[in-house]
Each structure stands twice: as structure tokens, then as C-alpha cells.
Design a binder for this molecule. Sequence first.
Ligand SMILES: Nc1ncnc2c1ncn2[C@@H]1O[C@H](COP(=O)(O)OP(=O)(O)OP(=O)(O)O)[C@@H](O)[C@H]1O
Length: 529
Amino acid sequence: MPVNPPPHRKDHLASTRTPRQSTPPSGVLIGATPYPGQDARALSSPDAEASSNPPPVMHLLVVDDDAPVRTACAEIAESMGFLVVSAANASEAQAILKHQSIDLMLLDLKLPGRSGGLELLEEVRTQHPHTLVVVMTAFATVSSAVQAMRIGAGDYLTKPFALEELTAVLHRARQSRHFDMESRSLRERMRTQKGLGNMIGRSPEMEKLYRILSKVTHSSHPVLILGESGTGKELVARSIHFNGPHASKPFVPVDCGSLVPTLIESELFGYVKGAFTGANKAKDGLLASAEGGTVFLDEVGELPLDLQAKLLRALQEREVRPVGANFTVPISARVLAATNRDLAVMVEQGRFRKDLYFRLNVVSLRIPPLRDRREDVALLALHFLERCDRESGTHHTFSDEALRIMSRYDWPGNVRELENAVERACALSSGPILHMADLPTQLQDFRLHAQRESEAAPAPNAHWRSPGGSNPILSIADLEKQAILGTIRQLNGDKLMAAKLLGIGKTTLYRKLKEYGISDTGDDNPFDH
Ligand SMILES: Nc1ncnc2c1ncn2[C@@H]1O[C@H](COP(=O)(O)OP(=O)(O)OP(=O)(O)O)[C@@H](O)[C@H]1O
């Protein structure tokens, strides 16, 4: 039950602090001991200095019972242009969240009472899904930060942390918020505009495709559609047909990859009664049955060479000879073909006929993989979600984080994989907001992996750089710490082995760990992720 603070207290909490320029000096660890000269006019963050255009203002809530940490975080954030409010415990934070829209929360996991910050995190995730949360935790309890990430925190800081680490995290949060705002406005556009026919996508790559499509739909040339599996080749073929002058005629898809080799010829060209055992009556082939419409030869690279020769003849002469027939049947359909293979290479290798390649490749269209047009991911995901909701009479929306991670993921199965992921999430989710946990495991693994990589990468501005060169200058102590922690992490926490490989005694290693504030006992192993 959220507790409202008394009016004077609430005013104080909710009032936004005036941005000041006082920050802890670079190199001082926040959350260790109070930094010297806390009120001194120190460095303003490099971020604030670098930007000439002020970034969109973000409201930050700092929740920590440790007053010096609260103040330090607030001052640094203010120097970067954030509007900051702070709270010393969960109840104060709840009161603020109730009255103010908060974009980002810096949350200490070791809050007094209840189950620390985790419960508050859960609450924020469900009641304020648009608030990004960065958790702060003692280095010795990093596993709870991993737990917090699983619950939905977007990032974390291990205490004590340096000024540069905090500015890097705040910088990342600002970028995420920017992305979230973009995707929310996209959602609005989706609500107010009709889609672009059946094909969704506004990336420059898709715009280019639409331009070519608008030209080829009204011609009758063969078109070769190239692209990885699931990129939308069949959808493009349908769009060519259904936007063209013969839209009322049949569209006949032929999956050359799944036809039984011995039956391909009879399927494509037809057969006469008695042509082979079981041919009890004559049947038209797929090429002839399109009758002025379109034949779509999907996976054309899978056709055996002898059939390629027969197909070429049929396309050149505009007629086919059904199996067992001594007559020919005219074909009047347009031919579209698609493949995810590199036909040019297959031609070089002698596995695809050069003359057929040229015949099919009068115009070629390449559909880029989804990872090369990431700006389309959110649009597509929202399109599939709306379709799902329409069909099931439900109403869902994505959490900002889910959309963000989806846009960063590589989607090896392209649009089909995205479509399946959204349909699955829509079917399995128990609430109206689709979170990361509702998405397939490969996306959740990707999120954890990305998180670890961003932890492993040195924070921007984390170290001084040599005046002329690009190599950062590290202190001996920093180098030593990196070597020790990196080795233990690589060895999955095996400290004895680490000491051996580093050439130091195990007592020295334990002493160093103690200096870094890492406890040797207890369940919280900082290296267990
Ligand atoms: N731009 C798009 N907008 C909306 N839906 C799309 C888009 N691209 C693909 N899809 C959808 O993704 C799924 C896969 O598309 P499609 O079958 O056309 O891909 P493909 O490249 O032909 O795949 P394969 O190579 O495996 O045959 C389909 O359900 C399709 O409707």
C-alpha cells in the first residue's frame, strides 16, 4: 500500500532539483566512502559538455537510503540535464511515482524493510511499464542484480561505482528512452493510418523495394525475387500479382523444393490419361492452370537440371507438353521465381542452367534481411500484434523493453520468426502487456548476452586517454584489478586456479578481493553469470 508522505515532505520529494554543476571528481568511487569535497565545483559530465543540442528532458528518480549516494547520483544526473527527484525508501518512491511521471529510476536493491528494492521493481514493472529501471547493488551481491535483470531492470550498477560508470549508464538509458519514444509514436501512427497494403515496412530499403515493385507490377516480364528465408518473397510475388492488371486471374504458387522429384514434371506440365500407373484421367499442369494469371516458382534453385531444361523450353516457346502427350498446351501466365540461394554461384558451379537464369532474371528484386532494416521491426511487430488482437478479440501492447530488444535482435528467421514470436507471446501472455518473459527463449538469451557484453566493454570515458594516441591510460591498480576479476570470471569463479594462473598466492588473491569489496563467503558469487 503506497504511503503518501506528509504535504511538506511530499513537496520536498516531488520538487525537482535545480540542475547544478557540482559532481564528484572523476575517479572517485560512489557508494564507497563519502567523496572528498562533496560540494566542490568539480567536473561537469563529459556528456553535458559535449552536447550542443539539449537532449529531451528525462525525469529521474533516485531511490537509495544512503544519503551521500543519493546526492552524488542526483548531482551527476543533473549535470547531464536530467530532472531529478530522490527518495530514501520504497514508500517515498511509491508516493513520487503516484504523482509524477518518471522516465528512469536508479534503484538501490538493498533498501531497508520489505524485500529491499526487488519488490518495488516488480511493482514498477507492472504499474509503470514505461519507467526504465537501473538497479544499484553491492558488488558482492551481483547475483541479485542478475535476478533484477530477469524481473525487468534495464541495466545495473555495482557499488561502489565510478562517475564514468554512472554517466555511461545514464547515457544508455537516455538512448533507450529516445528509442522508446520513437516506437511509441510509431504505434500512434499505426493506430491512425492504414498500413501499406499487405506489406509493412518504411525503411529506406523497403521504400526502394516499393518503388521497383510499382514499376514491375504493370509489366509482364519474369521477375526473380531474392532474399533469405522468411524475408517475404512470396508476399512480394503476391503483391506483384494482386496489384497488377491480371489480379482477377489465378495466382498459382509452386514450391519447387517440396515437389517429389519424380512428380515435378507431371505437376508442372500436366499429364494425359494412362501416362503412368495411377494416371486414371488427364490433369492440367500448374503452368497451364494459371491461365493468364501468375505462376510463382518458389525455391526455383531446387529444380533438378533436367527439369530446368524443360522449364526453359516451356518459357521460351510459351507452351508445355503434358507427360505422355503428343500435343502441346499454350501457357499464358506470367512467371515469377524466388530463391534464397545464390543462383549466380550455382550457375558457376554448373548446378543451375545459365540460360534459365537469364530467362528468369529479367528483373531481380532483393529483399534485405530484417537485421538490415531494424527500423521495420517495431512496425512489423505492432502489425502482427494488432492482427492477433483483432482475431482473438484481445488487447495487448508491448513493454518498451520488449520492443527495444526485438529491434536489436538479429532475427535469423526474418519476418516469419518475428511473426511467430509475436503470435506466441500474444497467445501465452497472461496480462495486457507483453514483456520479455513472454518472448521466445532465444530473445531472452540475447538480452542477457547483450547485457553481459555491455558490462564487459569499458564504459565510454572510463579512463584517461593518452594525449596523441587512442590507448587508454590505466593505473597499475586498475590493470591489476582487471586482470584478477577477468581471470576469475573466465574460470567461472575458480579462485585457486586464477591465483595459480596469475602467479600470485591465494592469500594475496583473497586480500585483493577483500580490497575490492568482494566477499568470499555467502551465496552471492559475483562471477556466477
Ligand atoms: N513486409 C512484410 N509485411 C508484413 N508481413 C510480412 C512481410 N514480410 C514477410 N511477411 C510475413 O512473413 C511470413 C513469411 O513471408 P514469406 O512466406 O513471404 O517469406 P519467404 O521469403 O517466401 O519465405 P521462404 O523463403 O521460407 O519461402 C509470411 O507470413 C508473410 O506474410
